[in-house]
Ligand binder design. Structure first.
Ligand SMILES: [Fe+2]
Length: 462
């Protein structure tokens, strides 16, 4: 049989295509579905089946577009309440094509409708050789149990325990595991970087599968849950209805500097996706900076929501299209336009520019008493070590907590390596703080210089 994983690094998302004797099934497709159509064509396959392991909350799926372009049927757990034409599936339902049998296992826990898919290749044997686990079982972790609107995390964690122990572990240690997400995804918290595993390996290495009672498991899974971005509920609803094809999004309008400034004045958000160095050297006053290089779309959806008009700034036409596509993948569709000729067009029109300064770790150590140091990492990173006198405000909380700082005093911002702090610098400056600087290299650089740090409860100097 044909079996292929497609890994979309910017969303830490894995989708799959399985094929046999001219027929293919796609599992958890990303929003832009051309890759599956190209791959199917290259292997002489026709996509006849599409499976969603659950209603994804962290990205918008391409199941509806793929179904419209291929005529394939969509399968989804019966409890999803999906409103597009689909086949609701229950435990032990099967899809058979060529030499392949796909057997559904209801595995609620991450969400109530979650299913896993046991894959049998009759050319290899009559037992499943692999299981596609969606967000039920990850490599090194399990799905977070706090995303269902009508159930408590405790209820869901209890279901997850049963799903893992009664449905997935009994498949056998040799069975290969293919999840829907990898390290970096907001759907789990401590995934390993591998892209595939086995039940046996997870039984040995996955902290959530160590022997413990159901009560202990529920307590473990519901303690220290990561933040839940507000767009998660919106994306799950978009997936319940199915979104229109990417090609149906309105064409990206190129605007001159005057039109662009007028729309910004009328409350559209300027989103500058260029590399941080370029953004800091000169940008449109009030612009939000999220570099295309990192978890760009997740941060854009987390910090800006889905319902604002967005004006894009990018390095060139290619990155402009990429910037916009990545926004569409998380459900941000209101991209009103982009600046013709990018920042060169803005400079040629002699429009005002803003800058953001930077500071090295050694310089910051000397300036410590004169600046407000803002650490935008997560609590766990802070607990492990931070700069004495800094304030912790995780990036997702920043906009609502800027009132805690004095806009008339300089602010130095840092994260681990510089990606999140660059975003934060733009938000701080946009809020009216005049002297904003980014710590070059972040806390990693501070630590590499051997500068003093504090860890929660323990004072140390190194
Ligand atoms: Fe999920």
């Amino acid at each position: 049989m044909y079996f292929q994983q497609f890994y979309l690094a910017c969303l830490s998302h894995a989708s799959y295509m399985l094929g046999s004797e001219g027929v293919a099934c796609v599992v958890d497709p990303q929003r832009d579905v051309g890759i599956y159509l190209d791959e199917a064509r290259a292997h002489g396959l026709k996509v006849e089946h599409i499976i969603e392991t659950h209603l994804h909350a962290d990205f918008v799926s391409g199941h509806r577009e793929l179904a419209e372009r291929t005529g394939a049927k969509i399968y989804l757990g019966a409890l999803a309440g999906a409103t597009f034409p689909h086949i609701p599936v229950r435990d032990c339902d099967e899809i058979r094509f060529g030499r392949v049998i796909l057997r559904f296992l209801e595995t609620p826990g991450h969400t109530v409708e979650s299913v896993s898919i046991a894959v049998t290749d009759l050319d290899r044997g009559d037992k499943p050789f692999a299981v596609l686990t969606g967000d039920t079982l990850f490599i090194g972790d399990v799905g977070r149990p706090d995303l269902a609107p009508n159930l408590t995390p405790q209820d869901l964690a209890g279901m997850l325990f049963d799903s893992l122990h009664n449905k997935l572990l009994p498949l056998g240690d040799d069975v290969e595991v293919y999840p829907a997400h990898g390290a970096g995804s907001l759907c789990g918290k401590q995934m390993r970087p591998e892209r595939q595993s086995t039940i046996g390996k997870e039984r040995a290495l996955n902290y959530a599968l160590r022997p413990r009672t159901k009560e202990e498991f529920v307590r473990l899974l519901t303690a220290d849950l990561p933040e839940r971005p507000s767009y998660f509920a919106l994306d799950a609803e978009l997936n319940r209805a199915g979104v229109p094809a990417v090609a149906e999004l309105p064409p990206l309008k190129l605007l001159d500097a005057g039109e662009f400034a007028a729309l910004q004045q009328a409350a559209a958000i300027v989103l500058d996706t260029r590399p941080t160095r370029e953004f800091c050297a000169g940008h449109i006053p009030g612009a939000v900076h999220i570099a295309l290089s990192g978890q760009y779309a997740s941060w854009a959806a987390t910090l800006l929501g889905l319902d604002h008009d967005i004006l894009l700034i990018a390095e060139d036409q290619e990155t402009l299209e990429e910037s916009r596509l990545r926004l569409a993948r998380v459900g941000i569709e209101r991209v009103t336009g982009a600046l013709r000729d990018g920042m060169a067009g803005w400079a040629a029109a002699q429009r005002p520019m803003a800058q953001i300064g930077h500071v090295s770790a050694e310089e910051l150590a000397k300036l410590r008493d004169e600046v407000q140091i803002l650490d935008v990492r997560r609590q766990a990173e802070w607990d492990e070590g931070h700069i004495d006198g800094a304030s912790l405000v995780p990036l997702h909380q920043l906009s609502s907590r800027l009132g805690e700082f004095d806009p008339s005093r300089p602010v130095a911002v840092h994260c681990k390596g510089g990606y999140r702090s660059a975003i934060a610098c733009s938000l701080v400056q946009r809020a009216g703080f005049e002297q904003v600087m980014n710590l070059t290299g972040g806390f990693d650089a501070w630590r590499a210089c051997g500068l003093p740090e504090v860890s929660t409860g323990v004072q140390s100097s190194n």
